[in-house]
Design a protein around this ligand. Structure first.
Ligand SMILES: [Zn+2]
Ligand SMILES: [Zn+2]
Length: 357
């Protein structure tokens, strides 16, 4: 291992991301150093960079929290095989506080998010807590036709909806409605399908609907073409024609838009569960009493606890979640062009930035 490394740091919202060299730290107690194989570009990164969403760590800071790589160093107290492949959780809980002891890992107040609390994965190397690292079986990875960089998106884009699906209690025979089938929602639809639900996908982007119709969605509805009553009628008709449940729909709001949230709330029916997976600062007006009248519930979801990562990765390695139609690899040195293109909507797939090795 060389002891110099490189990362691309944000210095302000006005300046391009800049490459800087840094000396590889020796891992402190509980830490590992991971050589980055790939790091996904998430809308959260764009929010920090373009919209001035506040970072917890002062600038300059390397962004990026969807990271896969190989352990190249570990503190003496860490049991880790040097050279082994891992996925770094997007949010790393401390594992020892009262919240963690009670299983509330994702709201651990000591949690570390790479690219927010600590330097992130748009780098050749990253120093992270070893807690919660998800091992990757490289033989299964190869059999699935994937490389280590591809599974970077498991940290966040795949695991966030995975936790939402698990929490919803979704199982065989359920009707799942996924609103927004982009980066996160596309995986949400695949996960719900893999776990036995009939999946209805709703989006404003026909191209995204066309992709997901080949990957688990039984019905795709374009909400740019259908107004809300027509949308609801189409769902009712589909459910009836296929002998599916007329209630208890499990609705995943993954668009992170006010319009998507309005649609999601409007689709609540008896016994429904609404999972809020996407984020927006916008507000919507709803009649909250519908929850009471329908005996329905709304669940929030922040990230995913590390304990769910191996099961989510299994779905990927078993081919039940397809990654390749949804991702594209680009060299890390193109980070500024990639950020601009993702921001302007010029790249539809999730970009995974890969450092030159
Ligand atoms: Zn993210
Ligand atoms: Zn904790």
């Amino acid at each position: 291992m060389t002891n110099t490394a490189q990362r691309w740091v944000m210095t302000s919202t006005a300046e391009p991301l800049m490459a800087e060299s840094f000396e590889l730290p020796s891992p402190q107690a509980g830490e590992t150093v991971v050589e980055v194989a790939g790091c996904g570009v998430c809308h959260t990164d764009l929010g920090f960079y373009y919209d001035g969403v506040r970072l917890k760590h002062p600038l300059p800071l390397a962004l990026g929290h969807e990271i896969s790589g190989r352990i190249v160093a570990a503190a003496a107290d860490v049991k880790a095989e040097i050279g082994s492949a891992v996925i770094i959780p997007a949010v790393i809980p401390c594992g020892v506080c009262d919240l963690c002891k009670r299983g509330r890992f994702v709201i651990c107040s000591q949690q570390k998010m790479p690219g927010n609390d600590i330097h992130g994965g748009f780098a050749t190397h990253i120093c992270v807590p070893a807690y919660g690292l998800c091992p990757v079986d490289e033989q299964r990875l190869a059999r699935a036709g994937l490389d280590l960089a591809d599974v970077a998106v498991v940290a966040d884009a795949v695991t966030t909806p995975y936790q939402a699906v698990v929490r919803s209690g979704l199982g065989e025979g359920d009707v799942a409605i996924v609103i927004g089938v982009g980066g996160v929602g596309g995986y949400c639809a695949q996960i719900a399908h893999a776990l036995g639900a009939s999946v209805i996908a709703i989006d404003v982007d026909q191209a995204k609907l066309d992709v997901i119709s080949d990957h688990g969605a039984a019905l795709c509805l374009n909400s740019r073409e259908l107004d809300f009553p027509a949308l609801k009628q189409a769902i009712r008709g589909f459910v009836k024609d296929n002998g599916l449940r007329s209630g208890e729909w499990i609705i995943f709001e993954c668009s992170g838009t006010a319009a998507g949230q309005q649609t999601a709330f409007g689709l609540l029916t008896f016994g429904s569960t609404l999972c809020v997976v996407g984020f927006t600062l916008d507000k919507i007006e709803v009649r909250l009493s519908n929850l009471m009248a329908f005996d329905a519930r709304v669940l929030g979801n922040w990230g995913c606890e590390p304990g769910h990562y191996p099961a989510a990765l299994n779905l990927v390695l078993d081919g039940k979640i397809q990654l390749l139609p949804f991702v594209e690899q680009r060299p890390l040195r193109e980070i500024n062009e990639v950020f601009a293109a993702v921001h302007s909507g010029g790249i539809k797939r999730r970009v995974i930035l890969v450092p030159e090795q």
